[in-house]
Design a binder for this molecule. Structure first.
Ligand code: SIN
Length: 279
C-alpha cells in the first residue's frame, strides 16, 4: 500500500474516526504525520485497519507522535520495554482496562496518548468504548463548572476496581514495582495544551477523592461525574479486527475495554506516550 491522501471517516457524533489510505508500517512523510496528529486532535481517538506493525515498527510509529514510556506495573515484551501485552486468555475472567479511565492518572505526568494494536481478537466481543471529556465538561451547569475550576482530583493506583483488572498481567509479567502505590493530584478540569479546550479530568478507575476533602465527602459528586462523563451521547465503540490500531488522547478522552468474550482470547499490544503535568 502506498501512502496517499488520508480518508477520515467519523464513527460517531461524539468522537472517533476511522482513517484509511495509509500504511503505517511504511516510511511516513512529515505531511502525513501532521495530518494524523491533527486528526487525533479533532477526533480524540483514531482507528486504522489492517496494519502490519510488528513490535519494532509499532515502536517506530509511536515515536512519530511522542516519547514512548514504560508502564509502571507490567514489564514490556522481550526486547521492547515500552510495549506491554494487554491480554486476556481463555481461562481468565477479568480484563485489563475494564473500568472507565484515562491512562495512569496516578502519575504526576500521565501519558498524553496511547497506541493499542490488535494481534488476536475474538470472533465477537472485546470492543473498546471511548468517551469525549470535552463534551462531558461542556454539558455541566455553569455553577458546577465554576465549582470544579477550584477543585483537584486525587488519583490512586490502588483503587480496587482498577487494580484487580491488572492482576492477571502482574502475575504473568509484573514489574519489580508492581505493588507500589502511586498517588497524584490533578485539576478536576484540565485545559488541553494543544486545543485550548477544557475537559473533565476525573475517572472512575483511579480518582478516589477531591483534594482537601475526605473520600466520603467526595463520593457523591464524584459518583455524579463518573455517571455523567460516560453518557452514551459522549461515546463511540470500536470493533477490533486483527491488525487494527487505535490511538487515543488521554487528555480529553476516556476508554473502557468491554469484557464479553468469556472462553476466548484477546491479545493486544500497547504503548503509552509521555505527557505533561495537567493544568
Ligand atoms: C487499556 O485500557 O489500555 C486497554 C484497552 C483495551 O484493551 O481495549
Amino acid at each position: 500500500m502506498r501512502n496517499t491522501m488520508l480518508k477520515v471517516q467519523p464513527i460517531s457524533g461524539a468522537l472517533g474516526a476511522e482513517i484509511a489510505g495509509v500504511d503505517l508500517g511504511a516510511e511516513l512523510s512529515d505531511a502525513t504525520i501532521a495530518e494524523i496528529r491533527q486528526a487525533l486532535l479533532d477526533h480524540l481517538v483514531i482507528f486504522f485497519r489492517d496494519q502490519d506493525l510488528p513490535p519494532a515498527r509499532f515502536l517506530a510509529l509511536a515515536r512519530h507522535f511522542g516519547t514512548p514510556i514504560e508502564y509502571p506495573f507490567v514489564k514490556g515484551i522481550e526486547g521492547f520495554p515500552e510495549i506491554i501485552n494487554v491480554a486476556k486468555l481463555e481461562h481468565e475472567t477479568v480484563n485489563f482496562g475494564g473500568v472507565w479511565h484515562a491512562d495512569t492518572t496516578y502519575l504526576q505526568a500521565p501519558p498524553m496518548a496511547t497506541l493499542l494494536v490488535a494481534r488476536e481478537v475474538p470472533d465477537a466481543g472485546g470492543d473498546t468504548l471511548f468517551a469525549n471529556q470535552y463534551l462531558a465538561y461542556e454539558t455541566l451547569s455553569e455553577k458546577l463548572r465554576s465549582l470544579l475550576a477550584e477543585m483537584r482530583g486525587v488519583s490512586s493506583s490502588a483503587k480496587a476496581d482498577a487494580s484487580r483488572t491488572r492482576e492477571d498481567r502482574i502475575r504473568s509479567d509484573g514489574s519489580a514495582e508492581a505493588r507500589k502505590l502511586l498517588v497524584a493530584e490533578h485539576p478536576a478540569v484540565r485545559t488541553h495544551p494543544k486545543t485550548g479546550r477544557k475537559a473533565l479530568y476525573v475517572n472512575r478507575a483511579h480518582t478516589v477523592s477531591f483534594a482537601g476533602m475526605t473520600e466520603e465527602e467526595s463520593a457523591p459528586l464524584l459518583e455524579f461525574l463518573f455517571r455523567h462523563q460516560i453518557r452514551p451521547e459522549f461515546t463511540c465503540r470500536f470493533r477490533w479486527t486483527p491488525g487494527a490500531l487505535a490511538i487515543w488522547d488521554n487528555r480529553c478522552a476516556q476508554h473502557y475495554a468491554v469484557n464479553d468474550y468469556a472462553g476466548h482470547r484477546r491479545i493486544m499490544q500497547r504503548i503509552t506516550l509521555a505527557g505533561d503535568v495537567p493544568a
